[in-house]
Ligand binder design. Structure first.
Ligand code: MV4
Length: 498
């Protein structure tokens, strides 16, 4: 087993990984940028190494600097978390070349799944359902011929892409050349690679992904699904498991397809196979595989009862995964809400500032994975995810109720959050009925934030601040008479709780 792991990440996921290390008796090393010298993840580690300026390119994406830090600290392994370098095959190779262990899949698996055209071809060979389409396209005539075969509406996607970048819906033949051109431009811009593929557009699709997990000895299972259809601009907002859409039959078929997909690229460690599901026919299609631990992994941990990060570390060290598929069942229902520092009234723009007040909910079946505490600064350099609020209870109805009640207890002052927006989604009848497809937030759900809080609620907020925050006053350095006054809130008088 490893003696020491460097966590090449920040925020809630760095802390999540460090907790697992400590439980396994492994020492931890944090890396941090100039903007993060007071960040919570640094305090959770036994050692911290400064790796550069705030801009991610020069710190959390700086491969050589991170590997040098791991060598300097005498670490055995690097956990990349999600985002940043987690799906960078060259980084996985560099880590291995430096004599360290990359806690994740092989560089070859990352590379095979990173290219949408290549992965789609490999999935077809492995018998995994993919959306009808064409991958090898060069001339204008190739595209026109493929479009006639596939029919409209169709989707033009960047081969190097993922996450919706370089993607265009084309509804008629007359829109085709414009769609190809703009997708190509965006693909070249985002990935330096202008290759495209086209496929049938599946309208009203649900996003259902399957967690897979394997060791380096050929054992690989799926750990059921996560329904992630509540999204905005390819940013997930709410995830849950089990999916309200799937039947036992479709779940089993999709689980088998997810295992086949992972096995086709010799996968080990934690991964996620993403499908779109047509809710009318239950037809499902492989979209892409995310070769990392995902943000939403906690809901899977709750319903399956296994700690994914423990096992990521253990299988990376060469241990066998001792459970076979029949060991696993889904028990209960889990929902995750992502609490973002962003302003729904202002195009969901990130909201930076100091957390003047920050109180996380607690109680039975409540898990909060967060990277912040009161007094911390939320900067515009990084993802504005403040915390993940996860609830777990016996069924979906109770889970929604628990989430609604728990969100009311989450107090954040100093930045604007999406908490009211989350409440509005959770109380919508379409959500209650499980009838939310991927474009629901953008096309059907037109929520407008409530108007400015009343004068009375501002007075109440200022009194709450004065009484509750006092015991944390040592955390905030200020010589101003009342640093907690909502009248001083740099973001105006909005409060994220009523
Ligand atoms: C699709 C699709 C419909 N039909 N492909 C979006 C990101 C990338 N993973 C692929 N995506 C989609 N591919 C076909 N043939 C709809 C989407 C899509 C989507 C997928 C998952 C989650 C959210 C989404 C939002 C819009 C579109």
């Amino acid at each position: 087993m490893f003696n020491k792991i460097l966590v090449a990440n920040r925020g809630e996921i760095a802390i999540r990984i460090m907790r697992a290390c400590k439980e396994l008796g492994i020492q931890t090393v944090a890396v941090y940028s100039d903007a993060d010298k007071d960040a919570l993840h640094v305090q959770h580690a036994e050692e911290g190494i400064q790796i550069g300026p705030a801009v991610p390119q020069k710190s959390y994406l700086n491969m050589d600097r991170i590997i040098a830090a791991a060598k300097q600290a005498n670490a055995d392994a690097i956990h990349p978390g999600y985002g940043f370098l987690s799906e960078n095959a060259s980084f996985a190779e560099k880590v291995a070349s430096a004599g360290l262990t990359f806690i994740g899949p092989s560089a070859d698996s990352i590379r095979a799944m990173g290219d949408k055209a290549e992965s789609k071809i490999r999935m077809k060979e492995a018998g995994v359902p993919t959306v009808p389409g064409v991958e090898e396209l060069d001339s204008e005539e190739d595209f026109e011929k493929a479009a006639r075969e596939i029919g409209y509406p169709l989707l033009v996607k960047a081969a190097a892409g993922g996450g919706g970048k370089g993607m265009r819906v084309v509804n008629t033949a007359s829109e085709l050349s414009e769609g190809i051109e703009s997708a190509r431009r965006e693909a070249l811009n985002a990935f330096g690679d202008e290759r495209l593929l086209i496929e049938k557009y599946v309208a009203n699709a649900h996003h259902v992904e399957f967690q897979v997990f394997g060791d380096q000895h050929g054992n690989l299972v799926h750990l059921f699904e996560r329904e992630c259809s509540v999204q905005r601009r390819h940013q997930k907002i709410i995830e849950e498991t089990p999916s309200p859409l799937l039947t036992p039959e479709s779940r089993q078929q999709m689980g088998e397809a997810a295992v086949a997909a992972a096995k086709a690229v010799g996968y080990y460690n934690a991964g996620t196979v993403e499908f779109i599901v047509d809710p009318d026919t239950f037809n499902f299609y492989f979209l892409e595989m995310n070769t990392r631990l995902q943000v939403e992994h906690p809901i899977t941990e709750l319903v399956t009862g296994i700690d994914l990060v423990h096992w990521q570390i253990r299988v990376a060290a060469g241990e066998s995964f001792p459970f076979s598929q029949s060991h696993f069942t889904q028990r209960g229902h889990a929902i995750e809400c992502r609490i973002y520092a962003e302003d729904p009234a202002n195009g969901f723009l990130p909201s930076a500032g100091k957390l003047l007040q920050y109180i996380e909910p607690r109680g039975p079946g409540i898990r909060v994975d967060s990277g912040f505490t009161v007094g911390n600064e939320v900067t515009h350099f990084y993802d504005p995810l403040l915390a993940k609020l996860i609830v777990y209870v016996e069924n979906r109805e109770a889970a929604i109720q628990r989430m609604q009640a728990t969100l009311k207890e989450f107090v954040v002052h100093g930045v604007i959050t999406n908490i009211d927006f989350l409440q509005a989604v959770l109380s919508h009848p379409d959500f209650a009925n499980g009838q939310v497809a991927t474009r629901w937030v953008e096309t059907i759900f037109n929520w407008t934030p409530p108007s400015e809080p009343s004068f009375e609620s501002l007075i109440a907020a200022s009194l709450i601040d004065l009484t509750i925050v006092d015991r944390q006053s040592s955390m905030v350095q200020s010589n101003e008479p009342d640093p907690y006054s909502p009248w001083k809130n740099p973001n105006g008088f909005r409060i994220s709780r009523n």
